[in-house]
Design a protein around this ligand. Structure first.
Ligand code: FAD
Length: 304
């Protein structure tokens, strides 16, 4: 359905767990016309399943950043979906950040995921703040909250952020972001539930009730299995690689087995009472739609 006017400003927090568990999806801004067409096919396929919200990541370069603003704005105006834009502090002055936040507000976007971002080029390279910019995500949370009526989320790391001295100090930083005004957190992807559940229990023990949404990357290819743990810092559970080993040379069978494993992970998380699952889609829709159907989430739950 095409509406062409901005949707009423529904906040992500209103959509999380209001009537049982939900799902949400993450896209990245497309680089060219064919990427744009692929993204919109994915959005249109997922729209009828009623994701709680749809987020668009914020890239490192200027043109990619413009595409984030345009894509998120189009989701807010041309679809029935609740849009959330990501925003990073890296390479921006405070004035530039205020300008982007203003563009989001003007486009009818009232949900922002405030993350620090990584140094352009080398994610693990030395972090240098813009001379007139911010250093940590908690400062960005405050800036976005001060700049208007936004619902703000932050990133969380079940196994600690790769730069943190230890998981305990990283946990304190997460609490700091929430105390700065974040209303929910989305985690880095992971492969077994324990780290996520420990983090969630730890937040609860601190009296912190903001929803913690697990970030789920469907395990569809041998490449994801190889690179995922390296990129996320999350360990592979014992036996997982062995379970997938017979399918390494058979992409179709690998995908089927990987989807089963992802379903099992999601089922465990839902049985543990998570309020939503956030899917990293890589701008595709089929695997997410299949998982949502298997798990009975979104519109699948209504029509079941
Ligand atoms: P911070 O919370 O600032 O933490 C960074 C490091 O500093 C951590 O080690 C933390 O422990 C430490 N720290 C935090 N506060 C303090 C403090 N006050 N004093 C001392 N140390 C502190 N990247 C993009 O470029 N674009 C995106 O759209 C994007 N989206 C993401 C979405 C999700 C769900 C996740 C999990 C990550 C995303 N990222 C994105 C990646 C993210 O930018 C990086 O992982 C980044 O390195 C950390 O961001 P952060 O917001 O957690 O940073």
């Amino acid at each position: 359905m095409t509406t062409r006017t901005a949707q009423p400003r529904t906040s992500v927090i209103d959509r999380i767990g209001a009537d049982g568990p939900v799902f949400s999806v993450e896209f990245f801004p497309p680089k060219d016309e064919s990427g744009e067409a692929e993204l919109w096919r994915a959005i249109r396929r997922l729209e009828p399943l009623d994701p709680a919200f749809v987020s668009v990541t914020y890239g490192a370069g200027g043109s990619s950043r413009d595409r984030t603003i345009r894509t998120t704005a189009r989701i807010a105006t041309d679809t029935t979906l609740v849009a959330m834009a990501h925003l990073t502090a890296v390479s921006h002055s405070r004035a530039e950040l205020r300008h982007v936040i203003g563009s989001y507000a003007a486009a009818g976007i009232s949900n922002v995921l405030a993350v620090r971002g990584d140094p352009p080029g080398d994610p693990l390279g030395e972090w240098t703040a813009h001379p007139e910019g911010l250093t940590y995500a908690d400062e960005l949370v405050r800036l976005v909250r001060r700049s208007g009526s936004f619902c703000v989320g932050v990133a969380a790391f079940p196994y600690g952020h790769p730069r943190s001295a230890d998981p305990d100090s990283d946990f304190r930083r997460l609490l700091g972001k929430i105390r700065a005004g974040a209303e929910f957190a989305i985690t880095q992807l992971f492969w077994e539930p324990d780290g996520f559940l420990r983090l969630r229990d730890r937040l609860a023990a601190e009296g912190c009730e903001v929803p913690l949404l697990p970030g789920i990357m469907p395990l569809l290819s041998a490449k994801t299995l190889q690179r995922g743990p390296e990129l996320s810092g999350a360990p592979l559970p014992p036996g997982l690689a062995e379970r997938l080993a017979p399918y390494t040379d058979d992409p179709k069978a690998f995908r089927a087995a990987g989807l089963d494993l992802t379903t099992e992970l999601c089922e465990t998380l839902l049985a543990e009472g998570v309020r939503g699952l956030h899917f990293y889609t890589l701008n595709r829709s089929l695997a997410t739609a299949e998982l949502v159907g298997r798990l009975g989430l979104g519109r699948a739950a209504v029509s079941a």
